[in-house]
Design a protein around this ligand. Structure first.
Ligand code: C5P
Length: 254
């Protein structure tokens, strides 16, 4: 672990397994979405937040411009990294894709919660230490969007069903909306991680998110870790914005 990295910082030495302790430091519950166009911008953002032991999430926007290299460097520097690539393809492609991604040293990887996809991902992750998270239903979707996509169930029901499938497939955790955290916790039990996006501090713009919650309420609802993007990446002072969110997380955990 390189404690000396000026760019990627330190402070992420603690490891964790699914089923996070209640005593987990509030800052470690924050996952910052590095939703920026280039590795250079991502590294600048990481540098500004380096003193906080947050998890860094790399999604589609950054992954396709070199973000996997950023992920690898962050992981090598001892940071916890979340690859939010939301995989879904035929089983062999998913299994081999996950096997390739396991080599980047990330802690988390997302796949869509389709049984075939999840089983293939579990096979690909093997004993690598990569924790797979199943995306139940995107937090940008409401019941109308689910209907438009051809699903005959409201999102809450769909999420419930997918959580059962994720448990059966041996997935390490779920990505879900805060409003579903309590009911999905009952399905997956205490040993799986619940990651909740769609977080907005009170008074912030929702953007394209339709099922939003404040940091404190999401923690109270049973979320282990919260994904926050724009409220931090678009802030004039990302460090201050992250600190304010961590304070809200602490309030929710108290
Ligand atoms: O900017 P904002 O806080 O809305 O960013 C949320 C992040 O969480 C984005 O990177 C998005 O891809 C991700 N995400 C989500 N809903 C899911 C899974 C991931 O919004 N169900």
């Amino acid at each position: 672990m390189s404690r000396a990295s000026p760019v990627f910082g330190t402070g992420n030495e603690g490891s964790f397994t699914p089923g996070l302790p209640l005593s987990l430091e509030p800052a470690r519950r924050l996952i910052v979405a590095l939703d920026v166009p280039t590795p250079l911008e991502a590294e600048r953002l990481v540098e500004r937040l380096a003193e906080l032991p947050v998890v860094f999430k790399i999604g589609h926007q950054l992954a396709y411009t070199g973000g996997l290299t950023v992920a690898e460097r962050l992981a090598k520097a001892g940071r916890e990294v979340f690859l939010d690539l939301k995989l879904h393809d035929i089983p062999r492609t998913v299994e081999e894709g996950v096997r390739s991604l396991a080599g980047f040293g990330a802690k988390y990887l997302t796949v869509h919660a389709y049984p075939q996809t999840m089983r293939a991902a579990v096979a690909g992750a093997g004993a690598s230490g990569l924790t797979l998270l199943a995306v139940t239903v995107l937090t940008s979707m409401n019941d109308g969007d689910a209907e438009e996509a051809g699903y005959g169930h409201p999102v809450a029901e769909l999420a419930q069903r997918r959580a059962v499938d994720a448990r059966e497939a041996g997935i390490g955790g779920l990505v879900c909306a805060a409003s579903e955290a309590a009911s999905l916790r009952e399905v997956v039990g205490p040993d799986r991680v619940l990651v909740v996006p769609g977080i907005r501090p009170a008074g912030e713009a929702a953007g394209d998110q339709k099922r939003v919650t404040t940091p404190a309420d999401a923690i109270r609802a049973g979320a282990d870790r919260l994904v926050v993007g724009r409220p931090i990446t678009a802030a004039s002072d990302p460090l201050a914005a992250a600190r304010a969110i961590i304070a809200e997380i602490a309030e929710g955990a108290a």
